[in-house]
Design a binder for this molecule. Structure first.
Ligand SMILES: [Mg+2]
Length: 395
């Protein structure tokens, strides 16, 4: 089998890749659904994969992997890798998880980072009320993640930290949290913990932007409470670097689990975090790390070092959800849960057929249909294609 083309369309705002072959089998992959700007990055790899056998996934990846990097290029490489596994699975008549070595669990656990409700204010009772709504959601989530500190807009609260907040999107606010700021943070966290009790674990997305001493202080304050992890306190989320050294000044000194990794591309960039036990939990995103097999390698290496695994995925869409599910089925027992992506906009469920990955009791049943298990209905999907992508489903 040979790859004949790589096409990219922006559907909704999601960059979708479709790889076609000379045997009529195609495969799909996706990057985060709010990043239409990734189209040219994915197309960049087109000529490097045409003519290759897509079922030799690793050989194709060797040809493009080193041409990637942290976001946005790693996202492009990851979307292509997903599509290759889809083709390999369809061609073998097997679900992707079988090609990855076979599943070790029939249901995979997911956590809530995507089912959100409007918050009526910023007082502790508003955090509590909001958390209660998420706890009562019919998916019965076992872990709920909430944004706080520099990730939750608290930098804009008067006197939260010793620094001048910049409200421009993507500006990395960062600095020392004041005494008042720390109390503000703790009262909101405590309000949420009270609601969740020991029924549901609370994960906190915290930055980046916190200093090493503040990160350690927060970890120590929360010892003994039902915190699943503190995410990206110092680096992470859109930091194009790792700085494992900073985490080694925090993680060994508190029993509260420390988490990072969603921004990182490739196994090589996890070596220091893992070998130095710089964090307790890693959370790469299958749509940024380099793909499904890349993530599996990292999870296994982390497991050998006593590090847990809770993948990021809020923006991965329906195709990303499929990839996450197959992957989670094969990961070692250090796997906790992946962040449930949502289909955004909701009409995604009308333009694809196959598996729908329903959530029950915070788990998704691993499907058995070939490939990733989701297939476009071209007549329906074409309604959402942009003029320049009109030929996306041709040949
Ligand atoms: Mg995060």
């Amino acid at each position: 089998m040979k790859i004949t083309d790589l096409k990219v369309a922006i559907i909704g705002d999601a960059p979708i890749v479709r790889i076609t072959t000379d045997e009529g089998i195609d495969g799909v992959g996706a990057a985060e659904y709010w990043k239409p700007y990734l189209k040219p990055m994915i197309e960049f790899y087109r000529d490097m994969i045409i003519g290759k056998d897509p079922t030799d996934v690793e050989r194709v990846m060797l040809g493009i992997r080193r041409m990637g990097s942290f976001k946005p290029w790693g996202a492009a490489v990851s979307a292509i890798e997903m599509a290759l596994w889809d083709i390999a699975g369809k061609s073998a008549g097997l679900p992707v998880y079988k090609l990855l070595g076979g599943k070790i669990r029939d249901r995979v656990q997911v956590y809530n980072g995507s089912v959100r409700f409007d918050m009526k204010g910023k007082e502790p009772e508003h955090y509590a009320e909001n958390m209660q709504k998420m706890k009562d959601h019919p998916y019965n989530f076992s872990i709920i993640k909430q944004a706080v500190s520099f990730h939750g807009g608290m930098q804009n609260v008067d006197g939260f930290y010793y620094g001048t907040p910049v409200k421009n999107m993507r500006h990395p606010n960062r600095g020392t949290i004041t005494g008042k700021g720390f109390s503000y943070l703790m009262t909101r966290i405590e309000a949420m913990l009270d609601v969740l009790g020991d029924d549901v674990g609370l994960a906190l997305d915290c930055g980046p932007g916190m200093t090493v001493p503040d990160a350690l202080k927060l970890g120590k304050e929360l010892e003994g409470s039902n915190i699943m992890w503190l995410e990206d306190m110092i680096t992470g989320d859109y930091s194009p670097y790792v700085l494992a050294d900073l985490y080694t000044q925090v993680t060994p000194y508190t029993s509260t689990p420390i988490h990072t990794g969603e921004q990182i591309y490739l196994r090589q960039n996890f070596v220091e975090l893992i070998e130095r036990n710089a964090v307790n939990v890693l959370g790469p995103d299958v749509a940024d790390v380099g793909g499904i097999a890349e993530m599996k390698f990292i999870a296994e290496y982390a497991d050998l070092h006593g590090i847990q695994f809770a993948p990021h995925g809020v923006f991965d869409g329906l195709i990303g959800l499929a990839a996450q599910t197959h992957l989670a089925a094969v990961l070692p027992d250090n796997y906790i849960a992946f962040e449930l992506p949502k289909a955004e906009p909701p009409w995604w469920l009308d333009i694809m057929e196959g598996e729908t990955f329903p959530v029950e009791d915070s788990h998704i049943e691993v499907p058995d249909s070939p490939g990733l298990g989701v297939i476009f209905i071209p007549e329906e999907a074409k309604k959402y294609l942009r003029e320049e992508d009109k030929d996306f489903f041709d040949e």
